[in-house]
Design a protein around this ligand. Structure first.
Ligand code: ADP
Ligand code: NI
Length: 218
């Protein structure tokens, strides 16, 4: 099977698997990460476009949050899918590395993506958690887990380990401080850092407006 066919088959597989998901992890998240990865890849030049696209399409195939905290579920599912398409072992290895390392694991946990292809996918994924879309996704996720919008008495926590981050019970505004406003510092490529500037500013402006309205001000 040619690379183009592997991409188009994977696109259809993922689109079917994710359509209608309500927690901010729907097909359109994958679609945006795929498009953004291609955009970042255009300026980063030396990466392998096929790996970037395939990694983007498969990056959330089995997220730990929906698999009882199992970080191996993603790489396993990606590997099974690619094996069914008879994709080369070497490609499967590159993709499972991406899928296994793409998740944000808490404010104090260093990102660990080593390949340039994986860094591009990770950057695109982080950008989609920022800006107008990022805000919408945070409240969608919060709603799906019965988390309140905000509670001024519950302060943000800077999680030092993935275990702490996973157990977090809070409100959606805290998620801005525990993740969204920190994402700028978790980006690898200069292209993504440029795109992030506007998205970061937009979230800061949003929070100012939110607190003003929270206090019942005009
Ligand atoms: P990604 O797909 O970008 O790796 P996650 O899987 O961590 O992101 O989460 C999916 C979306 O839900 C993201 O936009 C993320 O910021 C948001 N999210 C994750 N955890 C929380 C939370 N505790 N409260 C609010 N939003 C959250
Ligand atoms: Ni994602």
């Amino acid at each position: 099977m040619g690379n183009d066919q592997i991409i188009s088959r994977t696109r259809v597989f993922i689109e079917n698997k994710f359509s209608g998901e309500g927690s901010g992890h729907d097909w359109w998240h994958i679609y945006r990460v795929w498009k953004l990865s291609i955009l970042i890849n255009e300026t980063e030049k030396s990466a392998d476009k096929f790996i970037v696209e395939l990694g983007a399409l498969l990056h959330d195939i089995a997220d730990w949050k929906f698999h009882k905290g199992d970080l191996e579920a993603g790489p396993k599912a990606a590997s099974e899918w690619l094996t069914s398409l008879k994709v080369k072992e070497e490609v499967i290895k590159q993709i499972t590395d991406i899928v296994g390392n793409v998740n944000y694991k808490g404010a104090g946990v260093k990102p660990s993506m080593t390949s340039l292809e994986g860094q591009i996918v990770s950057d695109a994924d982080k950008l989609d958690a920022m800006g107008a879309i990022g805000i919408a996704r945070a409240f969608a996720y919060g709603g799906s887990t019965d988390q309140p919008l905000y509670d001024p008495n519950v302060k943000p926590v800077m999680h030092k380990t993935f275990e702490e981050y996973k157990m977090n019970k809070s409100h959606s505004i805290n998620h801005f401080y525990e993740k969204l406003l920190l994402l700028q510092g978790h980006l690898y490529t200069n292209t993504a850092k440029d795109i992030a500037l506007q998205r970061h500013r937009f979230m800061e402006d949003y929070l100012k407006e939110f607190y003003k309205e929270w206090e019942g001000q005009a």
